[in-house]
Design a protein around this ligand. Sequence first.
Ligand SMILES: [Zn+2]
Length: 72
Amino acid sequence: MILPILGLLVLLWMFLTYKARMRTRNCRWREDRSRDTAEGRYFVCMSCGVQTFRPDNLPPPVCLKPQSEPRR
Ligand SMILES: [Zn+2]
């Protein structure tokens, strides 16, 4: 009777990774060259409002918003 439990765990893992991907995809970075500093190009996330500076002038690949829910 361990197979159904394993199947449930795999399904749960797939669900969690799917949710993480969706959260990253919803992150839309917008650059504002008028607010550039010596640290790099100014980027602001349109979905969560996080602001960051990137020396390579490229938007961050993931959302930098701190996760509020604790990791389990
Ligand atoms: Zn974001």
